[in-house]
Design a protein around this ligand. Sequence first.
Ligand code: UN1
Length: 511
Amino acid sequence: MPQKMATNPLQSLPLHEDGRFIAPGSADPADPSQAVSLNPATGQPLGAVRLDGPRELEATIERARDAFLRWRSVPAPQRGEVVRRIGNALREHKDALGALVCLEVGKIASEGLGEVQETIDIADYATGLSRMLGGRTMPSERADHRLFEQWQPLGPIGVITAFNFPNAVWGWNAMIAAVCGDTVVWKPSLLAPLTAMATNAIADKVAREMGHEGVFNLVIGTDDMVGRPMVADARLPLISATGSTAMGRQVGQVVAARLGRSLLELGGNNAVIVEPDADLDLAVPALLFAAVGTAGQRCTTTRRLIAHEAIVGPLLERLIDAYERAPIGDPMDPGTLVGPLIHDKAAQAFDAAVTKAIAQGGTVLTGGTRADVALGGCFVCPTIIRAPQGNTLPIASEETFAPILYVFSYRNLDDALALHNGTAHGLSSAIMTTNVRASERFLSPAGSDCGIANVNIGTSGAEIGGAFGGEKDSGGGREAGSDSWKAYMRRQTCTINYGASLRLAQGVRFG
Ligand code: UN1
């Protein structure tokens, strides 16, 4: 059953609490003190927000620092209780928040709701984690000594998010940071400020009502006025940033120069290898969701298909058919599978990539053009481009945030793996096969070089229980589940002498 959206999410969400919100009628893109939020499906303003500058950033960091001094001493399971209630508040607002995600970034209904569900899931995960932030105990070489490590809160942390997951990526960071005893300063994308305002207000209200003001903070501003000074600020010991590789390179260098920590979740150029024995009934829908879902605007989107030459023909035939039947249009319409691109620049990047691919010898098998949707936004047709003989297609090494799938074929798995790993990014990957030798090879040290490696599912749609992130130009950070929480805490090694004599390690005698 296609899911239906809440009709007027702006009415029921807490957007008016902090005086930042500007109604659509007063939204003015020419006013430099505003960020106007446009509905990408229609190009019409949903509203605007008053932009923060360095003064507001300073006050926000100070508020987060003050709150940290109190929050760090709240027992972790009590912090978990705050996060549990935030999860419940998100459940109450799930329909409206999901609808706002759809309106603001053009996701289809099911994906907008799925995104909020991802935040609810991480809140549940973090609640449990709040009772499991344990360190190890090691045997001491000295008699009557205990050697162990414990994890301490780190400080106020800076979270920078991209437009495409305007709710869940904050959740991965903020829910884990909060149970770890950190406070959060969130700088969202200026393309999705309303989702950020509503999300932060929901979390902040729960925390405030429980006596914990200042744990969840929002600062909305441009990169120059807010982003750069925030990244350079030594009061934020960790900067967790999601965005392009170019952005991550800058953030990483600035944070490293002040010996801070960064957690970078950057782009991907994810591939799916399809072996000759693959179950095409699985491969076709897996590829369709991973390559076309979110109109190709996930960092985990499948951008390259590496198909064995024995099946590339039948696979493409079925895939093209599925592509051509995917309804493109209003994301609020329950039948739609492909919504708009975020803005005109993204659509221009799509056009440019298609033009380059053709110039480089690629063949457009389907799509390649703008879609005929008369709503006002930028819609493109899901596109499949086959690489020329010899598999040389330089444009396929670039991440274009649009639904373009480049197709390569191969004869043996070694060649497929070389092609697979032969890009700068290393985020997500998958193999479709019913052959255990091929899947194990893919998961071996000589297989996929990515942070995420899947078998018989696509590259996107990861669960929060695992650590999320990638290698190489994908940034190396890990967020969400597993032991990603360690990035949000400082490790402390402790030795306790419970004997009556002073014993030195390594057998040293002194005096
Ligand atoms: C992103 O695109 O930045 O695995 C995050 C996925 C989602 C998260 C994507 N759970 O596709």
